[in-house]
Design a protein around this ligand. Structure first.
Ligand code: ADP
Ligand code: MG
Length: 375
């Protein structure tokens, strides 16, 4: 068992056409690969531009406002999905192959670039595809040494209902067993290569409450949870590893803020995204080191319990726009991202080695991802 901090990355997307047309102010200065300034004033900016010639970190110390923030990674508007994959996801793929559960979730306001990061666009693959491609590449390298079984699921949490995006069925019930939260009636789809994966991803995306790349009100309220269950059996050593990799495209975080405004907006009960609010509460409590974490307050946090406080290596990617038009949203996203840095999870390798016959390894064992045994 080892304790590790949640890794937090921030990605700033480029200005969009509307923001450019409105001549919006840029409220983010990316200092280097691990730091940014939020809302620099003139004096900060002077230091920043001097810093172009000097060492950024020296400049950081001199910035007056305490709005220099540090993260595990900061990507400016020039970064492409492949950069995020290389720096943040490749290490996770290596961990998966060793037998560690891993999760990545994208957090941020609607339009900040979450789905673009996760799924990409028609011609630019997102980190989900790049990660799976790398996973298959590494599996191929093992050849006959290891046997792999992969099952995937793709869920949506919308209005607190859990739907299976691959079969367009639900709502599914969550229940708890000794391994944690189990989604009732969820059958994993077995896949053998990246092509099968793409097909299923497309299918799932089509079935999302609204097409995920439309930045509309509906899609911004749904959470998409893509999970890969992998069973690896090393023949020579009779070793079994069972791992779960989760990739989560969260709903737009601006909903959670509006619910904090008491009074008029508070009445918009229908718009309150209970799951996102609960996620925010869990992040706060975990960061404070509280004993009681209110995972049970929403279906999203029940499903993410493992990823947030359990046996998992977790990466949070906070997506932000650089434009002053999104000032509050950006500030709130960065605030949550800073808090999330304090969260620690305890990871262990999900490995069983036995001198029992090989068949034993294929049978149901009491380990983290018993769902894979049902394939
Ligand atoms: P979200 O899922 O956070 O609501 P999207 O990922 O749908 O936001 O992004 C909103 C729009 O901005 C989309 O048209 C998307 O293609 C574009 N976009 C987001 N991030 C980038 C980026 N890094 N580079 C280019 N375009 C981007
Ligand atoms: Mg989206």
């Amino acid at each position: 068992m080892s304790e590790v901090a949640i890794k937090v990355a921030v990605r700033v997307r480029p200005f969009n056409r509307r923001e450019l047309e409105q001549n919006q102010r840029n409220i983010i200065r990316v200092l280097d690969e691990g730091a940014l300034i939020f809302d620099p004033d003139e004096e900060d900016d002077e230091f920043f531009y001097q810093g172009m010639k000097q060492n950024y970190r020296d400049i950081t110390k001199r910035v007056k406002k305490k709005l220099t923030m540090e993260f595990d990674s900061v990507f400016n508007e020039d970064a492409v999905n492949a950069d995020i994959f290389e720096k943040c996801m490749k290490p996770l793929v290596n961990s998966v192959m060793e037998g560690f559960n891993c999760s990545v979730f994208v957090y941020g306001a609607t339009g900040a670039g979450k789905t673009f990061t996760m799924l990409g666009s028609e011609d630019i693959p997102g980190i989900t595809f790049l990660t799976m491609q790398e996973l298959f590449r590494q599996m191929d390298e093992y050849g006959e040494e290891r046997r792999f079984d992969i099952g995937i699921s793709y869920l949506e949490v919308y209005n607190e209902q859990v739907m299976n995006l691959l079969t367009k069925s639900g709502p599914l019930k969550l229940r708890e067993d000794s391994n944690g939260v189990v989604v009732g009636g969820l059958a994993l789809k077995q896949i053998h290569n990246a092509d099968e994966l793409i097909e299923l991803l497309h299918l799932g995306n089509k079935n999302r409450t609204q097409h995920p790349t439309d930045a509309n009100a509906e899609s911004s309220r749904s959470h998409a949870i893509f999970q890969v269950h992998i069973r690896m059996i090393e023949k020579k050593t009779n070793t079994k590893r069972t791992v779960k990799l989760s990739m989560i495209d969260l709903a737009g975080s601006e909903r959670a803020q509006s619910t904090k405004c008491k009074g008029l907006r508070f009445k918009e009960g229908a718009n309150i995204n209970k799951s996102l609010l609960a996620l925010g509460n869990c992040i706060n409590k975990l960061a404070d080191g509280s004993k009681h974490i209110p995972y049970r307050d929403s279906n999203l946090t029940r499903i993410l319990k493992d990823s947030l406080g359990g046996n998992c290596q977790t990466l949070m990617i906070a997506n932000i726009s650089p434009s002053s038009i999104t000032y509050e949203d950006t500030y709130n996203t960065l605030k949550y991202a800073s808090r999330a840095k304090k969260i620690r999870t305890t990871c262990k390798q999900n490995v069983i080695t036995t001198n029992m016959p090989k068949e034993f390894l294929l049978k149901k064992c009491n380990d983290q991802t018993s769902e894979i045994e049902r394939l």
